[in-house]
Design a protein around this ligand. Structure first.
Ligand code: ACO
Length: 337
């Protein structure tokens, strides 16, 4: 029997999620690209995804934030730090975190955006915990993942457009002493070319051809998302079990001691393969990809919120949130809910 280590970790005081009202089914996609419900269901596990009808990223984030604040029973003024994970901000500046701060009235808080693609929520928890650990004025953190992936989805590319949905979720986090917590985070920039969405090109009058700085990045259609699905698949099935194992090892527990594993929801086949490689049953895996598709950084906390609402994750449960995505990045966070 392994010995769980007790450290200063996190207390998840409140959670909340928001997805836009509009739903796109697989049948809807069959009307715009050459695909079918059967192909999408078998290859990805996705049935529906929510897509905005003009609501921007900050709006989705603020809705989830308000729900998490209400669940935590705190006031927006109690928040010391807002961290927003997103790869689909509405502006280069101001940050999404600043726009959410304005929306919810979290007067006086710090606000920062992070971009770690689908791993953003895990990186955000780790960052929040390190601020909390410092014990120098940050006692309450609002962590939000908000994504409007429809902004960069190429709806003529059948191999990627069927995967993505929009949505948001948020946690209110506090410091907790003598609890289970560990994080294992990593990145591999050599895989940068496998998941790409460019910033808009500068029209700077003094600009010369800067292709030489592009290294081996793929040619893309403007800012639209492009991927090497097979390379991502290989990366995900390799790193997902490693991130869970390493995070568990640091926490002094074994993967089978976990009550639930909430993986990034990219493809149900990735999750099934990873569960097999980890030697854990699919019952431990929290999967709601059929409802929401892949919402990048928001996918883990959205799935967490549904699992709590449906009683699959309860207070006191040992949980691992495991992410993998663009960058390439990967991460596992183990904590007690
Ligand atoms: N409908 C019908 N046929 C399709 C579709 C579609 N939507 N998309 C691709 N196909 C076709 C291909 O053209 C190909 O046809 P061909 O054999 O005539 O050339 C055939 O289906 C098989 O294509 P593959 O790419 O081999 O299909 P695969 O089983 O690998 O599934 C997928 C593709 C779903 C993209 C898979 O590789 C995958 O999930 N990869 C992981 C990528 C991922 O999750 N990205 C999300 C963003 S990143 C992240 O979240 C980490």
């Amino acid at each position: 029997m392994s010995q769980a280590k007790k450290v200063t970790g996190i207390h998840v005081k409140g959670i909340g999620k928001y997805v836009p009202e509009m739903v796109a089914t697989n049948e809807d996609f069959a009307k715009i690209v050459d695909t079918s419900d059967e192909w999408i269901t078998q290859r990805t596990g996705i049935k529906t995804r929510h897509i905005t009808n003009g609501e921007p990223t900050y709006y989705l984030g603020a809705k989830a934030a308000k729900a998490a604040i209400a669940d935590a029973g705190i006031s927006p003024e109690d928040i010391d730090l807002i961290i927003t994970a997103t790869v689909t901000p509405d502006f280069f500046t101001p940050s999404t975190a600043c726009l959410i701060q304005r929306e919810i009235g979290a007067v006086g808080s710090m606000a920062i955006d992070i971009n770690c693609a689908c791993t953003g929520f895990d990186y955000g928890i780790d960052m929040a915990r390190r601020y909390l650990l410092a014990e120098d004025g940050v006692d309450t953190v609002l962590l939000i993942a908000a994504e409007e992936l429809s902004k960069f989805t190429d709806y003529t590319d059948r191999s990627s457009c069927i995967l993505f949905g929009d949505g948001s979720a948020a946690f209110v986090l506090e410091r907790k002493k003598d609890t289970l917590y560990s994080s294992y985070l990593g990145a591999d920039g050599t895989g940068a070319k496998f998941l790409v969405s460019r910033a808009m090109r500068s029209e700077n009058a003094f600009r010369t051809n800067k292709e030489e700085f592009d290294m081996d990045m793929p040619a893309t259609k403007a800012h639209y998302f492009t991927q090497d699905g097979k390379e991502v698949y290989k990366f995900a099935t390799r790193t997902l079990p490693i991130a869970v194992e390493k995070a568990c090892e640091k926490a002094g527990i074994a993967p089978e001691d976990l009550d639930a594993i909430v993986p990034h929801q990219a493809n149900v086949r990735i999750i099934e393969t990873a569960a097999k490689n980890l030697g854990v049953s699919m019952d431990k895996m929290v999967v709601y990809i059929d409802r929401y598709g892949n919402t990048s950084s928001a996918s883990i906390p959205i799935a967490f919120c549904d699992a709590v609402a449906e009683g699959r994750i309860r207070r006191g449960d040992k949980v691992c949130l495991v992410g993998f995505g663009g960058g390439l990045t990967y991460a596992g966070i183990v904590f007690e809910y």
